[in-house]
Design a binder for this molecule. Structure first.
Ligand code: GUN
Length: 296
């Protein structure tokens, strides 16, 4: 069994990006600038956004964190987005999800300039992704592809089962694994809350990508020998023995599942760190595209 070490691969990618940024600086070019908008005080969201901003500092990007009140109106948030769209200094930005109830998420995502949409959530970019065109691929699916590629995990002709159909992970992942090329060329089954006999489906899978958010959901008896397991779950489970009062737990019963599979991602240290590095990669791409557009 091989651990797909997202922490290590993510550090490698950050080092590669930093080398690119150092070259940009030597040439006297502007470095990439990422902005992150966070609405409200959700602890997990604040942690994730904090990690994204710290990662920018590590690779030499500029970053701007915009914290907005949980009571902000939709109009005020849209106003902020229009400002960021217009701001020549900012190459890409994200609006951390979930958003408070009074705000229509789709309406907000639709207003982000697709050229600055480094999360790849705008319908234009999602459509381009589905059509195999160059675009910003959502960071978590992009990170999973990168892990499979760097560990040379065979995906061609394999049966990939995706658990969960979220717009951020499950749905794009199901499209990407079926694309031509590597990683891809898989036969994909997308399962969700209405799927019947899930164990029958998962136990036939060569590759399982689970993005459900239910701790320890995937048990050893649901998995065939030598399968490849990608765990996207990151649920905070209360634990008084831990200084933070919780532990981050994945969707996979790692202790038992890891004994019978060929590759598996740990939680933490698997997909999570990859997501951040791929957001940086998308921001670097945004910078290059803006420079190209301006003919510099
Ligand atoms: N919330 C959970 N994952 C993500 C992500 O990848 N991007 C944004 N913007 N919000 C998220």
């Amino acid at each position: 069994m091989t651990i797909l070490d997202g922490k290590k691969v993510s550090a490698d990618i950050k080092a590669e990006i930093k080398a690119d940024v150092d070259k940009m600086k030597q040439r006297g070019e502007k470095v990439p600038h990422l902005a992150a908008v966070i609405v409200g005080n959700d602890g997990a969201s604040l942690t994730y956004v904090g990690s994204k901003v710290r990662a920018c500092e590590q690779v030499g990007f500029e970053s701007t964190l915009i914290k907005l009140s949980s009571t902000i109106s939709e109009i005020e948030l849209l106003d902020k987005i229009h400002q960021l769209n217009k701001d020549e200094n900012i190459d890409g930005f994200i609006v951390q999800l979930p958003l408070p109830k009074q705000i229509d998420t789709q309406k907000v995502l639709m207003q982000i300039d697709p050229d600055k949409d480094v999360d790849g959530f705008h319908p234009t970019n999602f459509g381009k992704m589905a059509l195999d065109m160059t675009t910003f691929i959502p960071a978590t699916p992009f990170g999973i592809l990168e892990l499979l590629e760097r560990y040379n995990v065979e995906t061609k002709g394999k049966h990939t089962v995706v658990i969960g159909r979220s717009h951020i992970v499950g749905r794009p992942m199901s499209i990407l694994m079926g694309r031509k090329g590597f990683p891809g060329n898989s036969t994909v089954t997308l399962t969700h809350s209405h799927t019947k006999n899930i164990t029958q489906i998962t136990s036939q899978a060569d590759i399982i990508i689970t993005a459900l958010g239910v701790p320890n959901y995937l048990k050893a008896e649901m998995v065939k020998d030598d399968a490849v397991i990608i765990d996207v779950g990151i649920t905070r489970v209360p634990d008084e023995d831990h200084p933070k009062g919780y532990v981050i737990t994945g969707d996979v019963d790692f202790e038992n599942v890891s004994k019978k599979v060929s590759y598996i991602t740990p939680v933490p240290g698997g997909v999570g760190p990859m997501t951040i590095s791929m957001l940086l990669k998308n921001t670097l791409l945004a910078r290059e595209q803006h420079r190209f557009k301006k003919g510099l």
